[in-house]
Design a protein around this ligand. Structure first.
Ligand code: SF4
Length: 351
């Protein structure tokens, strides 16, 4: 396959084709992914987002991996919806340490009519700070989706989690079709989609391939594809799952890069368990987005200084927003290296 045909946008992937990608020798797969990556991105830039939990715990859904589900006792402190001012302060802090996108997550089945006005104010406020906005609030109806788009929401995160075949082993309170419906509303309202999944839940290679096929065969590829490594939390049904082979995780990133050449592939939850060498390999495989500088919803995230030092050692620059001056952006990052020990920058979603 030529490099050019390898990077064409496709929406008709078959299981056999995707399995063949996974089964390539590791070096061939990485070379393929890196070749595709360089056709669409600066290989030495990584986009950085900050994630804030705006409403933690007591979720009515039963996602077996999730410490926020009200179905499991994980000892997590529950919180009501955060005040708008506190969210905006956290967003301003995130901007000060160089994030270009601010993601707000609420553990809901869906947003309620009572909460929507506050959520919309958060979007408007974060947008006014000059950050890209992203939210994850559960299932949306069309009216809510339109209201979020009008308030200035850039991205909506709604993960498919795994293949349709394996999905019922992980979640029973929301259907796969519900998820696809929310994604179609988001697209129809003109917002960008952030959607990916999780490895390490006991799924097979077919399920990993099946998830990527669902994402890549959508009418448009999601702009952002988070690939998570299960963070095993005591009290959840998946607490004792087997570890994923790190090379299999890298393979997943590489295949995602090949199948969705123009999407940002995000090295997401589970990064704290990865050593620097594995993270470097992940970037080589085509991952070009991370969360940093905050707690990742309710599980840990490596601290921003460690990330920035790793970037420096690898010659990676944070990706700037288009209207953002690169030098100013880099100066903010350098400054953050000095100042980040100010603990107020690290909102602890579990506190
Ligand atoms: S993953 Fe989301 S929807 Fe599922 S239990 Fe956790 S917070 Fe609720």
């Amino acid at each position: 396959m030529s490099a050019t045909s390898a990077s064409a946008l496709r929406h008709d992937w078959s299981l056999d084709e995707v399995k063949a990608l996974f089964e390539q020798p590791f070096n061939d797969l990485l070379f393929h992914a890196q070749t595709v990556h360089r056709q669409h991105f600066d290989a030495n830039r990584v986009q950085v987002s900050t994630l804030l939990s705006i409403k933690t715990g007591a979720c009515p859904e039963d996602c077996k991996y999730c410490p926020q589900s009200g179905h499991y006792n994980t000892g997590l402190d529950k919180e009501k919806l955060m005040e708008v001012e506190k969210v905006l302060q956290a967003a301003a802090d995130a901007k000060a340490i160089g994030s270009t996108r601010f993601c707000m997550g609420a553990a809901w089945k869906h947003p309620s009519a009572k909460d929507m006005p506050y959520v919309l104010k958060m979007v408007e406020g974060v947008k006014a700070l000059g950050l890209e906005t992203c939210m994850t609030l559960g299932k949306l109806d069309q009216e809510q989706t339109r209201a979020l788009a009008e308030a200035g929401l850039d991205y909506y995160n709604h993960n498919l989690d795994t293949s349709p075949e394996f999905y019922g082993n992980i979640i029973t309170t929301r259907t796969y079709a519900d998820r696809l419906e929310t994604l179609s509303y988001v697209r129809d309202a003109g917002m960008k989609i952030c959607s990916g999944g999780i490895l390490g839940m006991g799924e097979s290679l077919n399920d990993r391939a099946g998830l990527l096929i669902q994402l890549a065969n959508l009418p448009e590829h999601p702009e952002s594809v988070p690939i998570n490594m299960l963070v095993k939390v005591k009290g959840t049904p998946l607490a004792d799952e087997q570890d994923v082979d790190p090379f299999d995780f890298i393979r997943m990133l590489a295949v995602a890069r090949i199948m969705m050449p123009k999407s940002h592939v995000r090295l997401s939850a589970g990064r704290e368990q990865m050593n620097e060498q594995m993270q470097a390999l992940a970037f080589f495989a085509g991952a070009n987005s991370i969360f940093y500088g905050e707690k990742l919803l309710t599980t840990g995230n490596p601290q921003a200084d460690k990330d920035m030092l790793l970037f420096k050692r690898l010659g990676i620059q944070p990706e700037a927003r288009e209207e953002h001056d690169d030098e100013v952006h880099q100066a903010a990052i350098e400054q953050a290296l000095v100042e980040q020990r100010d603990s107020k920058l690290f909102y602890d979603a579990t506190a």
